[in-house]
Every structure is written in structure tokens, then in C-alpha cells.
Design a protein around this ligand. Structure first.
Ligand code: PMP
Length: 350
């Protein structure tokens, strides 16, 4: 190894789900929304001209922040926006997880958390989910440098009730607690109501799932004004202009179209509940997901085999070759038609 190599920050990066080149596939592997964004987004896109692009965007993304604040029923000073919730979460790790004590998160969870912790040299301890893949609240009672978990959890889909979140917060009032609500709109109750009781709580949400805008990269945090100020200070010390003009303009339209948001999320919930019935009939079992995906295992056929057979057929799902979950597939909820083709193939194959 050359001398200069010793001083390189070496990291093992997060591996996102595959984005296949082929377009004729049924893509149920990255928890995208199968429906397009609000028609108001398409309309606003038609109005966009290139001329303003010579200028820098509004570093505060004020228009978008105000639209989100209105939708969430909080003041704009309680919102921080970023380039997808991944950007927001990375900023949160950088800003708030600076203790010598380990931060805590589940052993089976969003696989970016340990990547950020490793990259930023944040010590962490993973708390095992129980045998039903549920978070055990008591595991988060110990001394720590911060707590983060998704609700519903990913890739299990299992949802914690608000009482359990309150319980975890009440035992962790001296550290920052982050609840990653990427999938909350598909059946859970947001914990933003707890912000009035816990000044150390940060709730993170995204436009990628329930608002069908993964490609635009819009995410946000909701917290008390003080935490948002600390987060913004770090962001402005890093890159002032993360949100581009187009994302700000189109995100604002999406945030304000509440009716369309309701309609699409209800469609996904209905398709998911039907998928639970169909997959059970086919011999699968799974945690009772409240997200836009199901985490399934088959009583007879190994997940790795099914994954390959599905892919061969042009049906993409996600497989994690990791301890405890290597016999599971994560299937994103698509349209009724896409799910129908999945069931049809499985019926024949199994
Ligand atoms: N949190 C969780 C739990 C996720 O599964 C994802 C999606 N990969 C994200 C955050 C990030 O989503 P985005 O950056 O698209 O907002």
C-alpha cells in the first residue's frame, strides 16, 4: 500500500436496488410508487422555462418548505428539506450523532444507517428484532448517543404504535431520537403529534413513496425550530444549494395536491391488503406490513431460487443475502395488474 492510501476515507457503500435497463419488466424491487405524480406536477412541469436556470435556486427552498409546513400543520421553521430523505438523514447523522456512546438502531432495518455511521465514524449498536421481526422497545432503554428507526420498519413493513414510540422517547430524552417515516402514509399514524412533548424528536419523511416522486429527490425533516436551525447550520456549511429549482417548484405542487395523495395511497393500501390474501394462499408468510411492500418467505421454496426465477420472468423484487433475512423477498406493491401477473407466475411456478 502506498503512503497516501493510508489517509483515504475508505467506505463500503450502500447498494441501492437495481434499476434495470430493460423497460418491459415488472419493477417491484425499489419501493417506488406505480402511479405517476399528481397531474398538477405534470402541469407545472409544462410551465417551466430554462431561462431562470442561469440563477442559483432559493437556498431555503421557501416555497416548498411552506407547502410542506401547511400540509403537516407546523410552522415553516420546523421543516428542513433535502435531496431525498437520504440527504436529510445523512445531515442528521452528521449534525446530531457526535457522542462517544453508540447510537442504537435495529439489526434488520434500512441498510443505509450503518453505512452513514461507518462513514462518519459514529459508534453504533444494532438491537435485534424479535422472532416476529418486531422492534423491542426495552432494547432502547440503555445509555446511547442517539436512536434511529424507520416506522414502519424496512424491509419488514412492521409498524410500531404511537404508544410504543412515546415509550421509546420517554426513555431517551437526553439524546436525539429520529423516526424515519418514509412509509408512514401506507397505513401508520405519523408521530409528529409527539413533537410538542419531545424537543429531541426528529421525524423524517419523503416524496419518493406516497407522492410518487423518487426521481425528483425530495425529502424533509420535521422537528422543533431549534433542531432545524442546528441542522441548517451544518447544511449551509456543506452545500447551500442542494434543492434545484425544478424540484422546489414540482415538489410544491405535489405537496399541495392532498386529494391526489389520498387517492393514490388508498389504492396502494387496497392492493397490498389483497396481495396479503393472495400470497397467503400461495404458501407465503410475512410480517403484517403497513408499508408499500411485503417481506415474504415461502414454506417450501427458498427465496434465492424464487428471486432468480422471477427475474428470469422479468419480475424484479428485492433479495437481501444477509443473516436472518436470506430466505425472504421484499416485494413492492405495484398496480393491481402488475400484482396479478406476479400471482399468476407464482401460481404456476410453485
Ligand atoms: N428511509 C427508508 C426506510 C427507506 O427505505 C428509504 C428508501 N430507500 C429512504 C429512507 C430514502 O428515500 P429517499 O432518499 O428516496 O427519500
Amino acid at each position: 500500500m502506498r503512503d497516501w492510501e493510508a489517509n483515504i476515507r475508505k467506505v463500503t457503500p450502500y447498494v441501492p436496488g437495481e434499476q434495470p435497463k430493460r423497460t418491459d419488466v415488472i419493477k417491484l424491487n425499489t419501493n417506488e410508487n406505480p402511479y405517476p405524480p399528481s397531474p398538477k406536477v405534470a402541469e407545472a412541469l409544462r410551465q417551466i422555462s430554462a431561462e431562470p436556470m442561469r440563477k442559483y435556486p432559493d437556498p431555503e427552498a421557501r416555497m416548498l418548505v411552506e407547502a410542506i409546513a401547511r400540509e403537516e400543520g407546523v410552522c415553516p421553521e420546523q421543516i428542513f428539506v433535502g435531496v431525498g430523505s437520504d440527504d436529510v438523514l445523512a445531515m442528521i447523522f452528521l449534525t446530531f450523532f457526535n457522542s462517544q456512546k453508540p447510537i442504537l438502531f435495529p439489526d434488520i432495518t434500512y441498510s443505509f444507517y450503518d453505512v452513514w455511521a461507518d462513514m462518519l465514524r459514529i459508534p453504533y449498536e444494532q438491537q435485534p428484532l424479535d422472532k416476529d421481526f418486531e422492534i423491542v422497545a426495552r432494547d432502547y432503554d440503555k445509555e446511547n448517543g442517539g436512536v434511529i428507526f424507520p416506522n414502519p420498519n424496512a424491509p419488514t413493513g412492521a409498524l410500531l404504535g404511537l404508544e410504543t414510540i412515546d415509550d421509546i422517547l420517554s426513555h431517551n430524552q437526553d439524546v436525539i431520537v429520529v423516526v424515519d417515516e418514509a412509509y408512514i402514509d401506507f397505513g401508520g399514524s405519523t408521530c409528529t403529534g409527539l413533537l410538542d412533548h419531545y424537543e429531541n424528536l426528529i421525524v423524517v419523511k419523503t416524496f419518493s413513496k406516497s407522492r410518487s416522486m423518487a426521481g425528483m429527490r425530495i425529502g424533509y425533516a420535521i422537528a422543533g425550530e431549534k433542531l432545524i436551525r442546528y441542522l441548517s447550520d451544518v447544511k449551509y456549511s456543506f452545500n447551500s444549494y442542494t434543492m434545484n429549482q425544478t424540484a422546489i417548484a414540482l415538489g410544491t405542487e405535489a405537496a399541495l395536491d392532498h386529494a391526489y395523495f389520498e387517492e393514490t395511497r388508498q389504492k396502494i393500501i387496497a392492493t397490498r391488503e389483497n396481495a396479503k390474501k393472495e400470497l397467503k394462499k400461495l404458501g407465503f408468510s410475512f410480517p403484517d406490513s403497513q408499508a408499500n411492500f411485503l417481506f415474504v418467505t415461502h414454506k417450501r421454496v427458498p427465496a434465492a431460487e424464487l428471486f432468480a426465477a422471477l427475474k428470469e420472468q422479468g419480475i424484479y423484487v428485492r433479495y437481501f443475502n444477509k443473516p436472518r433475512i436470506d430466505n425472504y423477498l421484499r416485494i413492492t406493491i405495484g398496480t393491481d395488474e402488475e400484482m396479478g401477473r406476479l400471482f399468476e407466475f407464482l401460481r404456476e411456478y410453485l
